[in-house]
Design a protein around this ligand. Structure first.
Ligand code: ATP
Length: 270
């Protein structure tokens, strides 16, 4: 059923503490938290609160996490849907899902609506005749634009969307009054990786041999999702060997496995 396709205004426990690194992105997005918490502060001089912001960056860098943290910090409900969920074979389904999503969100305002992979629905119109249902996708995009224009900018619904392909998006989405703010979420640098490791080491039972800086040095090009994966893999490797604690060697083995996986993936795509 379509109810299952999106998180229906659940509250989230995610806060900025769970998002490591990304200090600029956090700083920029903090303003949206403030808009949600105290809209009057911003509208009292006649200004309009932005309706949306686009989170732009490579896969696994924490865009979804950051969007959830905005909802968590502002204590507002979080609705989320993936762009690919809107794109269906059957005429009218995508557009009606968009309508549905916003209808529910407006009832629960103030709230966050998060659209992951917005490029799946938001590609420039009339340029991508692949995959049959192109007209259907355009109908869905038009419905999304209509919804964004339909509610007042001070309605309390703020839409965050994520993409790694801002270049393919329909310019209409980026126009003033829609996604007119872009927040960059990049791959982590060395210091960010240290922070991300620290977040994901927290729940693990590790021994003194584990050296966070060494791990961060061994993982250039890793995303936050890759690092989360390393930590989990290391814990499973240690458990497989009936160890009492996860050790440095388990982490290094996990890094090797994941580097191996990433190399395979790159061979296929390049
Ligand atoms: P995609 O574009 O592939 O949807 P994304 O950018 O939305 O990816 P997330 O889904 O937010 O990435 O990240 C996946 C997981 O990776 C998170 O749930 C978290 O465990 C971990 N992660 C990613 N980035 C960070 C970060 N900056 N700090 C802590 N954990 C992170």
């Amino acid at each position: 059923s379509k109810a299952k396709l999106f998180e229906k205004g659940e509250s989230t426990n995610v806060t900025f503490k769970d998002v490591a690194g990304l200090s600029e992105a956090k700083q920029e997005i903090e303003e949206i938290v403030n808009f949600l918490k105290d809209p009057q502060k911003y509208t009292r001089l006649g200004g309009k609160i932005p309706k949306g912001a686009l989170l732009v960056g490579p896969p696994g860098t924490g865009k979804t996490l950051l969007a959830k943290a905005v909802a968590g910090e502002a204590h507002v409900p979080f609705f989320s849907m993936a762009g690919s969920d809107f794109v269906e074979m059957f005429v009218g389904v995508g557009a009606s899902r968009v309508r549905d999503l916003f209808e529910q969100a407006k009832k629960k305002a103030p709230c966050i609506v998060f659209i992951d992979e917005i490029d799946a629905v938001g590609r420039a119109r009339g340029k991508n005749p692949s995959m049959g249902g192109n007209d259907e996708r355009e109908n869905t995009l038009n419905q999304l634009l209509t919804e964004m224009d339909g509610f007042g900018s001070n309605s309390g619904v703020i839409i965050l969307a994520a993409t790694n392909r801002v270049d393919v998006l329909d310019k209409a989405l980026l126009r003033a009054g829609r996604f007119d703010r872009q927040i960059y979420v990049d791959l982590p640098d060395l210091n960010d990786r240290i922070e991300i490791f620290n977040v994901h080491l927290r729940p693990l039972k590790t021994d003194d041999s584990v050296d966070v800086e060494l791990l961060a040095r061994q993982t250039p090009g890793f995303s936050g999702a890759d690092i989360a994966n390393v930590c989990n893999e290391a814990a499973l490797i240690a458990a497989r060997h009936n160890k009492e604690y996860v050790t440095k060697q388990d982490f290094l083995n996990a890094v090797d496995r994941i580097v191996g996986g990433l190399e395979k993936k790159n061979k296929i795509t390049t």
